[in-house]
Design a protein around this ligand. Structure first.
Ligand SMILES: O=C[C@H](O)[C@@H](O)CC(=O)C(=O)O
Ligand SMILES: [Zn+2]
Length: 274
């Protein structure tokens, strides 16, 4: 079963006036992972699609998505798939790839239908593309590891860059995930914006009963969204994107836009946030 929800883009002036429900409606994506289903959100932020596929014993195939107006969903798109569940299989372009937990598959333009099988929980991100790059499996050891933050500021973390400028190639999708080290709960603080690229976060490995307070908004107008495990949040280009958990967590980040430069960030001083 395939469900697709459309999420329109929101400008910063409108965002300022929203209450909690309004903010959640426009930026927060919940219930993406349902057994036996593929659930997608087609966003108008650089037309990024985010979603989940949980085959749970049967095979799920993602072929056409009406919202893209193309014969197959990847006819003019590329995708990144991260497995956050047990080892499962993704079949694309006639080849099957075994994805252990933490493995990512880049799928190039024109790969055709994509099938999901096994006990995996697959997070799907897709963005428009103009050229076919090879479909490639990325194991954590193939990713570029970047260590950021420190225990003193509770943001000691390792970034795993999987699809990126100097790694597995793509048209515009940049994707990886960040693991917080034991005792560290802050991600992406000091915060930043990059008006030329939007971003989406999927928080996962958040323990039952724990939450992550995702911070968003313009630097002088911050808001928060309380997030449970396996929920995603869209970060408009004008928004900060940062979070703090009541416990340990990992998050997958994905970006699309004008450039693919991970370090191209307009940094904000903590003291300048309001
Ligand atoms: O532009 C880069 C993105 O915000 C994230 O990749 C940041 C991140 O994963 C982190 O600080 O841990
Ligand atoms: Zn960012």
């Amino acid at each position: 079963m395939l469900t697709v929800t459309t999420l329109y883009a929101t400008d910063p002036e409108t965002a300022k006036g929203l209450d909690t429900a309004g903010i959640r409606d426009r930026f927060h994506v919940a219930e993406m992972f349902a057994e036996g289903e593929i659930r997608l959100t087609y966003t108008h932020y650089d037309r990024m699609i985010v979603g989940g596929a949980v085959p749970a014993g049967k095979e799920l195939t993602l072929d056409a998505v009406a919202e893209t107006g193309t014969e197959t969903w990847l006819a003019r798109r590329e995708a990144g798939i991260l497995n956050i569940g047990e080892t499962g299989t993704v079949t694309a372009g006639g080849e099957s790839y075994e994805l252990a937990r933490g493995d990512m598959l880049y799928i190039g333009l024109g790969a055709g239908p994509v099938s999901f099988a096994g006990p995996g929980r697959f997070y799907i991100v897709s963005t428009p593309a103009h050229k076919a790059y090879p479909t490639t499996l990325i194991k954590p050891e193939d990713a570029n590891e970047v260590k950021l933050g420190s225990a003193e500021t509770s943001n000691d973390r390792t970034i795993y860059q999987c699809i990126h400028e100097t790694g597995v190639q793509s048209c515009q999708l940049v994707m990886g995930y960040t693991k917080l080290h034991s005792g560290s709960v802050w991600n992406t603080m000091p915060a930043h914006t990059h008006d030329r690229r939007m971003e989406a976060y999927l928080y996962f490995d958040v323990a039952e009963g724990q939450r992550v307070f995702h911070l968003m908004g313009e630097a002088q107008e911050t808001r928060h969204i309380v997030m449970a495990s396996e929920e995603a949040v869209l970060s408009p280009p004008w928004s900060i994107h940062s979070g703090v958990g009541t416990g340990a967590y990992t998050f997958c980040w994905a970006m699309a836009g004008d450039n693919m430069a991970f370090t191209d960030m307009d940094m904000l001083a903590v003291a300048d946030l309001k």
